[in-house]
Structures are given as structure tokens and as C-alpha cells.
Design a binder for this molecule. Structure first.
Ligand code: PLP
Length: 375
């Protein structure tokens, strides 16, 4: 199988599975139990927390372990809005956020908040000038992702931090789910940050929300008080310890991986360059390539590739469950034909030269097969 859907999920590293299994066998205890076995498990939990924060260079932040980025985004956004609603009611959000951000913001839009969408450039990046023009004393939340999951554009997180300097009331939330191991971004100073382990070769069911020192999240979960009373519920220690390991391995080899995947990205683009009706979007990270068979349907291309044992996706695994058209490409002002015909190819450290060669041949074959519908 030739797997090119790594933006949906990645294969756990063997070393990560080893950690996961070892912790499941030896530290299956409740980290909140006060007996010795519980205390030993709590020590491992704290070591994992410290490691995650150090790897992000955020040693003074609070790291709350969650089940993944959907939960982290929801806690950050709901918690912030519940806490700040007495001080202001405007939310600024980019047009190209993941549904786990857009849908909760939409919900608050129906609860009396004013939701303003920050424009996106043709390259899929948030327009900081437009963001600045939307800022006022009523704004309490700005939410912008670090790397877009549909086209791989890197967002101007550092410029946004600067733009918010004179607005201390604003909470700046960054969804860094697609950025880990793909883009070196300085997150110091952002108010909260979400990650999800399975996007960087960890196991599913673990994520984190990192909160700037002194920023608590309003309480939206009620329970036994785990994870600073922000995310109650018995902690999934095996998945959390495995996430800390996956993070270390991913960041250690990031430069080498980037160089190799950059080469694959280049080969794909140059091999398909000049094929009429094929449109390839720009991307800032090499891992993601958004490609359209203009005139065809993305699903048809995905299925045709799947029959050749090549796995890609239409827009994103999450968004494809919804009938809505692709918000990112729409925000980038692409034509309906380009949007309908788009597929996402996403690579990871596990991608090898042979996979890319097979993908290129399969794309060319599908191009020939469906040539009559292409424009
Ligand atoms: N944010 C972004 C940018 C994503 O790409 C995804 C998953 O595709 C998520 C959040 C949600 O992550 P999870 O499904 O692990 O909760």
C-alpha cells in the first residue's frame, strides 16, 4: 500500500508503540491514586508533561493532556469565551480553520457573540493587515491555525503576536495540529496551543493544550479535577507517554525529513507540470500537496487511485464528512471546478522514494483514464 493521507493520520513509530505497550503493562494505574503505583504513574505523567513543554520551548506554560486537538480546541475556545464574555463579545477567526475551531465559534455566534472572519490571501495565508483592521476593544479571542491542513500554508503566527501586542484582553489561540515536525514556529507568547499525537506518529487518543503562564481556561469539563481541573477524566498515560516520545523523535529528525520530503514534493510538481487541466496549489510545507483534476470530481480521483493501492484524500478526512465545499480553497478564491476536482496528497517521514514513484505513475494513469472529463 502506498499511503499519502498523513495529514489525516500517521503510522505510529515502532519505538512509540514500544513505549505505549510498556506503559500499558507496567504503569496502567490511575495517576490520581495516592498509593505507590499511582504515584509512580504520576511521576511518568509529569516527566511526559515536562518533555512536551521543553520540546516546544514553552517551559513555563501549563500543559493539559487531552484526547486530541478537537478536544484541545474546544476547551481553549469555550473556556476562553466563557471566562471573557463579560469583557467583550467579538471573535476573530481565520476562514480556513479546521471544523473543530469553526464549528464551536459558529455555536458562540448563535449565542450572542460577533464572529468576524479574517481574510485569506491567494496563497492560503491569513491577511494580517485585514486582521489589524478588525481589531477593537470588544475582541476577546483570535484563533488562527499554524499550518493549514488542506494546502499546507504556514500562517503568520509571529506577525499576529506582534499585531496583538496592544490588545492585552485578546486571547490568541493557535491550532498547531498540522505544524508539528513540518514548520519551525516560535510559539512563545501565544495564549494557547493545540496538538494531536496521531498527526506526528503517536497513537490516537492523546493530545495537549498548552496554556501561557497565568492563563487559565474557564471550566467546561466537570469531574474529578484531573489535569488542573481543566480536563477531568482518568489520564490516558500510555498514549501520553507515547506522544512525548513521538514528539521527541519527530523534532530530532525534522531537518533531514524536511529536506527529503521537499525533494519528493519537487518531483511530484515537475512530473505533473504541463499536464493540461492539472492545477497544483502552492504550499509552504513540503508534506502537503493539493492538486486538482479540473473538471473531474475529487472523489472519483481518490477512488481511482485507491484501486491502484494509492491512498490520498479529497479535502480532509474531517471535512469530507460534511457536504460543504472546501472552505480553504474557497477562501483562496479558487474556481468551483478546481475545488470539486481537488485531492490532497500528504507525506510523512515514513514516505519513501518508491511510494512517490508509484504515486506519480498512478496519477498519470488516472489522468489518461478520465481524460475525457477534464477541462
Ligand atoms: N486541527 C487541524 C488543523 C487538523 O488537521 C485536525 C485533524 O485533521 C484537527 C484539528 C483535529 O484533530 P483530531 O482529529 O486529532 O482531534
Amino acid at each position: 500500500m502506498h499511503y499519502f493521507d498523513n495529514a489525516a493520520t500517521t503510522k505510529p513509530y515502532a519505538e512509540v508503540l514500544h513505549t505505549f505497550n510498556k506503559v500499558n503493562e507496567n504503569y496502567y494505574f490511575n495517576t490520581a491514586s495516592i498509593h505507590q503505583a499511582g504515584r509512580d504513574s504520576a511521576k511518568l505523567l509529569e516527566a511526559s508533561r515536562k518533555q512536551v513543554l521543553q520540546l516546544f520551548s514553552l517551559p513555563n506554560y501549563t500543559c493539559v493532556f487531552t484526547s486530541g486537538a478537537t478536544e484541545s480546541n474546544n476547551i481553549a475556545i469555550q473556556g476562553t469565551l466563557e471566562r471573557k464574555k463579560r469583557f467583550g463579545r467579538t471573535i476573530l477567526v481565520s476562514q480556513i480553520e479546521h471544523p473543530s475551531v469553526i464549528n464551536i465559534v459558529d455555536h458562540y455566534g448563535g449565542e450572542g457573540f460577533n464572529v468576524e472572519f479574517i481574510r485569506t490571501t491567494g496563497e492560503g495565508r491569513v491577511d494580517v493587515g485585514h486582521l489589524e483592521s478588525l481589531l477593537n476593544e470588544d475582541v476577546v479571542l483570535v484563533a488562527v491555525m499554524a499550518v493549514n491542513n488542506i494546502v499546507g500554508s504556514v500562517q503568520p503566527v509571529e506577525e499576529i503576536k506582534d499585531a496583538l501586542m496592544n490588545y492585552p484582553k485578546v486571547h490568541f489561540h493557535v491550532d498547531a495540529t498540522q505544524a508539528v515536525g513540518k514548520a519551525a514556529i516560535d510559539y512563545r507568547g501565544v495564549d494557547s496551543l493545540s496538538i494531536s499525537a496521531h498527526k506526528f506518529h503517536g497513537v490516537k487518543g492523546a493530545g495537549a493544550l498548552m496554556l501561557k503562564e497565568g492563563k487559565s481556561s474557564g471550566q467546561i469539563h466537570f469531574g474529578g479535577g484531573h489535569e488542573y481541573d481543566i480536563r477531568s477524566g482518568t489520564v490516558n498515560l500510555p498514549a501520553v507517554a507515547a506522544m512525548a516520545k513521538a514528539l521527541r523523535l519527530t523534532l530530532e529528525d525534522m531537518d533531514d525529513d524536511l529536506a527529503r520530503i521537499e525533494g519528493y514534493n519537487h518531483s511530484l510538481r515537475s512530473e505533473l507540470d504541463g499536464l493540461e487541466s492539472i492545477v497544483i496549489q502552492p504550499s509552504d510545507v513540503p508534506h502537503i500537496i493539493n492538486l486538482s483534476f479540473t473538471g473531474a470530481k475529487g472523489e472519483v480521483v481518490v477512488n481511482a487511485l485507491s484501486e491502484k493501492n494509492v491512498m490520498v484524500s479529497t479535502t480532509s478526512a474531517c471535512a469530507s464528512k460534511r457536504a460543504a465545499s472546501n472552505e480553504t480553497l474557497t477562501a483562496m478564491n479558487r474556481s468551483p471546478e478546481v475545488i470539486d476536482g481537488s485531492i490532497r496528497i500528504s507525506m510523512s517521514r515514513e514516505t519513501e522514494t518508491e511510494n512517490v514513484e508509484v504515486l506519480i505513475s498512478a496519477l498519470k494513469e488516472v489522468y489518461e483514464e478520465i481524460g475525457d472529463v477534464l477541462r
